[in-house]
Design a protein around this ligand. Structure first.
Ligand SMILES: Nc1nc2c(c(=O)[nH]1)N[C@H]1C(S)=C(S)[C@@H](COP(=O)(O)O)O[C@H]1N2
Ligand SMILES: [Mo]
Length: 240
């Protein structure tokens, strides 16, 4: 079990220097995946190979949220492809590893010490339904600041307790409204909705939003296994 220390600031100066090691060399244009990455950081005029450091330094534009009165409590359907894992929240540990300086295993108590972010957003499932939901949880950005991703990191893998898996581009992972949620509509998350931790973000379709996340692995390379549905033909980026 790694020692856990809550961040005093989002980024210390030393951390900024570590992360932005590339910046003095200028931003080199890369040739792959440029269209989607540049769209996801909000403008086609942005440098095309934004890396972790630059993404943390240059916050992305938030998606407009809904008022609490817009929540549709009945509209969020349970969509689970196989079975519902029952996870003991006391024994649970979230593993964050891969190309990071400080791999960690965090308990729910550790995670709930971090700032709680709440947002009311629309969940969109490709099967033809949508629901306005309030999610509460921790920003993935805050978690990644703790583990100190290496500058070459471009993707995150999310492993779930039901053997579901997903991979996201790092710009979407570091988006200010990308949460690991432990509350839904002001209540603790239920097992059906992904307790103890699930992804929630207004920038991705429902199938990208892994429930029962147990492990986050940061990497500079995607393997041929990209996601449970993606490997069966769904689009990888899955943006809204
Ligand atoms: N681990 C896991 N995550 C998952 C799924 C799943 O079957 N297993 N289904 C996905 C799909 S298609 C959708 S629409 C949402 C549904 O979330 P909900 O069941 O909380 O409404 O979860 C996503 N995350
Ligand atoms: Mo879905």
């Amino acid at each position: 079990m790694e020692k856990f220390t809550a961040p005093r600031h989002l980024l210390t100066r030393r951390r900024l220097l570590q992360l932005s090691g590339m910046s003095s060399m200028g931003l080199l244009l890369s040739s792959c995946g440029t269209q989607l990455l540049s769209e996801s950081v909000g403008s086609l005029t942005e440098p095309l190979n934004l890396k972790v450091g630059e993404l943390l330094l240059k916050p992305q534009t938030p998606v407009p949220e809904f008022p609490l009165s817009a929540i549709q409590p009945q509209a969020l359907l349970i969509n689970t492809y196989d079975f519902t894992p029952q996870i003991d929240p006391v024994k649970f540990r979230l593993v964050i590893d891969g190309e990071v300086n400080q791999p960690m295993q965090l308990s729910m108590a550790d995670i709930q010490k971090l700032p709680l972010t709440s947002m009311v957003i629309r969940h969109v499932c490709v099967e033809g339904w949508a629901a306005i939901v309030q999610w509460g949880g921790v920003r993935l950005q805050d978690l990644l600041n703790l583990v100190q991703p290496k500058s070459q990191v471009r993707y995150a893998y999310f492993q779930s307790a039901d053997n579901y898996y997903e991979s996201w581009d790092i710009a979407s992972v570091l988006h200010p409204q990308t949460l690991l949620a432990y509350q839904k509509n002001g209540q603790p998350l239920s097992a059906d909705n992904g307790a103890p931790l699930r992804l929630a973000a207004p920038i991705k379709l429902g199938y990208k939003q892994s429930k029962w996340v147990t492990r986050i692995t940061l990497t500079s390379n995607l393997s041929s296994k990209k996601g449970y549905w993606i490997d069966q033909g769904y689009e990888w980026f899955g943006g809204i």
